[in-house]
Every structure is written in C-alpha cells, then in structure tokens.
Design a protein around this ligand. Sequence first.
Ligand code: SF4
Length: 394
Amino acid sequence: MANIGYIQVVRHCNHFCGFCSNPTTPYTHDLETMKVLVDDLVARGYFGVVMTGGEPTLHPELPEIVAYASARGLHVRMITNGWRLADRGFARELADAGLRLVHVSIYSVRPEVEAQLRGVEGTLERAFAALDNAAEAGVEVNINSVISRLNADHLDQNIRHFIRHHPQVRHFVWNNLDPSMGRAEVNQERFVPRLADFELSLHRALRLLHRSGRTFRVERVPLCYMTEFAWASTETRKIVKGEERVVHFLDDKQTVRQTAWGHIYAAGCERCSLQPICGGLFDRGGAYDPAELAPVFVDMEPIVAAILGDPGDPSFTATTLAAWREDFARRGAPARVPGEPEAMREPVVPVGRITERGRRLFEAKRRAEAGKAERLGIELERGPTDESAQGGET
Ligand code: SF4
C-alpha cells in the first residue's frame, strides 16, 4: 500500500482563514524533532510524506527537512497557501532540496471571495505565481480546495479558470470543510455548506476535469453526492485498498493513526448499494445533516474495478476483482461499523516540543489574531488545554 503520512511543520500562518482547523499552538519543531517523525514514517514503510501546517513554508528549516526526508527515500510533498512560493528562488530551493509535489491551496478564483475566506487581501495573485514557479522548478503542482459555504456555488468556475490559465495543473483535490476543530468549529454557521449547496457545481467541475483528462480526489463528500465519480472519493479509495494514514499533529493530539474511513450513516444507507465502500457523512463537529443523505442503487463493483485498475495511483498493484472480494470480506468488517471513532491515537514519539520561547510566541500570536478576528467578525478558536498553554521547557 502507498500510505502517506503528514507532518505539521508549524502551526502558525500568514493567512487567517476563518475556518482553519489547525490554528496556532504553543508547540514548535526544530530540525531534530522533525527528523524523528520522518524516521517514524520510514520505519512504518510509508511511501511519502506531506509537509503541512499551519503554513509549512514559514519554518526556517523547511529545505533541510525536505532534503532529509528525500534522502530517506520518501516522496516529499507539501500543502501550502503559495504565498512564499511566489518567490521563484524559494521555489527553486525547495525543488533542489527534493520536493516532488506541491498542493497549492486556492478556494476561489473570485478575488473578493478568496479574500473573505483567507482573511487577507492579495493572496490570489501570489498563489497563481506559486503554481507557475513550482512547475517551472520541476515540481509537480496540484490544487487543493476546501469546499465552504462561500465557494460552494462556483467550484466549476474555478476549474474553468485553472484549465485556461494554468494548464500545467493536472490534479485537483477537494476537501469538504472539517467543522470539528479550530476556528472551523466555532464559525460553523458562516462557513459550513449544506451538501446540496455544492452538489451541482462539484458535479460540473468533476465533469470538466474528467473530460479534459485531468485527475481529482474528493474528501468528506458522501458518495450519493458524487455517484458518477465515486472512484475519486478519498475515503472510498482507502476503504477499497485498506490504506491507513498517520498524521503527526503539532498539538496535544500528537500522533494519530487513521485506519477507519467510515463516518456516520443515515437509516436509508442500509438500503444503499454503495454503503460497503462509502465513508458516509463526516460527523465530527455535528455540522452536517444526515437527512441530506439518500441511498443510491448502482453496482459498486465497476467503481472498485476503476480504483484497482488505476495505474496512475502510487499504490497500484494488479489485483483481480475476485481477489479483492476475498480480501475485502476478510478485512472489511472492523472499518464498517457506523459511528466507530474514525481516528485512533497511537503515541509513538513526541511531536515537537513546548519551549518557553514557543509559549511566548504563541501568546503574542493569539493577541494579534484576536485583533484580526474582531476586525473580520469571526470567532477565535478555543485556546489549547491548560497543560500545553502553561507548559514550559520540555
Ligand atoms: S451509504 Fe449513505 S452516505 Fe453513502 S452513498 Fe449511500 S446513502 Fe449516501
């Protein structure tokens, strides 16, 4: 399996998205604490690592940790808002260090919508420059987009723009908003979409991409809202292939190993033919409504066959449908219990540390962000636990 792990390199950011699910904490990393996590992923036999955050490009030792992970044989990726990659020299430096793939996060090609979602003006032009600079430096470029109430109606307009102006981007990833953590949790009313809000525009966007020969993945969207492209669901692909995901959170959660991909199901899901391979409705945070789910009655095996037969997938291994059926029956049951907690904590090695300096920086950031939140009319996330907020040198 081509499992991919995530390392949160920093938790601060130069943007201020009102729905950020991973805002700033008192924890910090240095090169040594990050190396331990890279070694952990290597020991697990993982295919790759995604450097994420916060905004990972704000860590002064990012090129060094990219070089280390690359030298240890991992496929090194990064999720970024693109602000610093607008500097061509920096894009080149990361490419030379071994960065292979970058996901630039863009929510809307409408500047006024992007500014509202980012909490900062002028981000769009820099993100567009990042797409071009990374590609020019030889790094594969994908676009990541969080689906929210503000962009839900024009996901297809975004795609038309990218196809026309940034044809080098060949792969797109949508994440429906995670309403369970950080500022997303306390600003649900403003940002969480209903599934019906984006159903049509997502469908039009996926059709455009598919027709143009581009590829895509969609996370946290139940299959009844993307039935035609069910093979592109991140959860479905992981359920079918039995993959896991490790996230090294730079906060009190520390290391989370995710092996179950089912969320919750409505009563009607019992009758749905896709239920065995569907992740259901993302329930954490309680912001989505199970009443929006509706069973579908299509054959699931062509969907499974499309996933198993995708040679562009890094975890591709030639498997027959018959062999898959047997394997799925053997391992499927534990992951299919509705309501089962999605994530399991697995303490391994410490993720980052809290130092006196990190705590002071965190407090200064919280004060600055409180001012930003007030100006933008959004709620600031709940603070960290007393333990991490008070923690000294460790
Ligand atoms: S199992 Fe439920 S959530 Fe999944 S596609 Fe069927 S009706 Fe929708």
